[in-house]
Design a protein around this ligand. Structure first.
Ligand code: PLP
Length: 397
């Protein structure tokens, strides 16, 4: 009863969630109750963090790195990030503009807080990572969806993005390779977008490139950081979670424009002070150490991707385009006539397969299901068999 006297801020009522965590909790509860559940829900590599990275964190603790670090991260980490970006993307980055944060998510929160307020518009991909829309709404800004379409391979269209810019647009969020679709936007489209942005100098871009090293069939990663003409307004979101199987370490980074780094650093000081010190040492080891384990993971995901696409396409009523990156497939289930959320629930509760409804990623996700193929080929095959059997039963019901 006393709860009724509490008056949380109105903004709390506008904050959304990431239902992958709810599905994970439900899957764990079902497993604990003795049910077999194959998890194709949560988006995290099923591999262990490579040993040399773990050892670097243990050594850091043994060496007495127990305290606060500078808010943006220790200098060696920021330098290692700059060197990695030079190697991978051929860009020069001032390590002073690198802000280490507890996970990639923190950068999107900060970027949206930096620009979001009532009257502002922020564009975001839809279907897209659910936290974008959630945080935009929380900030008071108006979320403006960029619809991502299957016929476009779920890449964004430059023309579409540019057409949605209004005098109120403050920030555009982009994500390639993308969650939940695996879509990859080709460089030609990014070129067109950057050319068009010249007409909108007051619009910032947050480019979520957390899957930038998970590309297939020889695709090349087009980073927004590679365009000097917009460097003064690009926020790069990246991190270690996916590339190095480090989701639980909570380690990510951003490269901020010079004009914004002080505000971003103050947000960090107000929010979390700094990333835990041993994770930062692990991050250095990840970037400077051998990359073979990271490459092996991508090769494993690629093999699974082929199995997922082939097996899903063999199910009547289901069709799946080939994802070009990340570790997600986004099959079209509209021909089954079953709404996405209903299918998510039925598959989890009855078939024992955790997936995520496309609608968890925005209204343009209806008619789709997200399958994370961060699981073994045997489990993927077994899960897709279960999906096929469940759908056949539904059809006969
Ligand atoms: N961006 C995208 C597109 C993601 O899919 C995720 C995680 O699923 C993140 C950012 C967040 O990464 P982190 O776990 O490092 O916060």
């Amino acid at each position: 009863m006393a709860m009724n006297a509490l008056k949380p801020a109105e903004a709390i009522g506008r904050i959304g969630t990431e239902s992958a965590f709810e599905v994970l909790a439900r899957a764990k509860a079902l497993e604990a109750a003795g049910k077999s559940v194959i998890n194709l829900g949560i988006g995290q590599p099923d591999f262990k963090t490579p040993d040399h990275i773990v050892e670097a964190a243990i050594k850091a603790l043994r060496d007495g790195h127990h305290g606060y670090t500078p808010a943006g991260g220790i200098a060696e980490l920021r330098e290692a990030v700059a060197a990695d970006l030079r190697r991978r993307l051929g860009v020069e980055v001032d390590p002073g503009l690198v802000l280490a944060v507890p996970g990639g998510k923190v950068t999107m929160f900060f970027a949206v807080l930096m620009f979001g307020e009532a009257g502002a518009e922020i564009m975001y991909p839809n279907p897209g990572f659910p936290i974008y829309e959630s945080v935009i709404g929380f900030s008071g800004a108006t979320p403006v969806p960029i619809p991502l379409l299957e016929e476009n391979g779920f890449a964004f269209s430059a023309e579409d993005v540019l057409a949605r810019i209004t005098p109120r647009t403050r920030l555009i969020i982009l994500n390639s390779p993308a969650n939940p679709t695996g879509g990859v936007t080709p460089r030609t489209e990014v070129d067109k977008l950057v050319a068009g942005l010249a007409r909108h100098p007051g619009v910032a871009i947050m480019s979520d490139e957390i899957y930038g090293q998970m590309l297939y069939d020889g695709r090349e990663h087009a980073s927004l950081l590679q365009y000097p003409e917009i460097r003064d307004r690009v926020i790069l979101l990246d991190g270690w979670s996916k590339t190095y199987a480090m989701t639980g370490w909570r380690l990510g980074y951003a490269v901020w424009p010079k004009q914004l780094i002080e505000g971003a650093t103050r947000l960090a000081i107000n929010c979390h002070s700094c990333v835990n010190a041993p994770a930062q040492f692990a991050g250095i080891a990840a970037l400077e150490g051998p990359q073979d384990r990271a490459r092996d993971m991508v090769a494993a995901f690629d093999a699974r991707r082929r199995v997922v696409v082939e097996e899903l396409n063999a199910i009547p009523g289901v069709s799946c385009v080939e994802p070009g990156g990340a570790f997600y497939a986004f099959p079209n289930i509209s021909k089954t006539g079953i709404p996405a959320k209903k299918m998510e629930t039925g598959l989890l509760e009855q078939a024992g397969v955790a997936t995520i409804a496309g609608t968890s990623f925005g209204q343009f996700g209806e008619g789709y299901l997200r399958i994370s193929y961060a699981n073994s080929i045997e489990n993927i095959r077994a899960a897709i068999d279960r999906i096929g059997a469940w759908l056949a039963e539904e059809e006969n019901a």
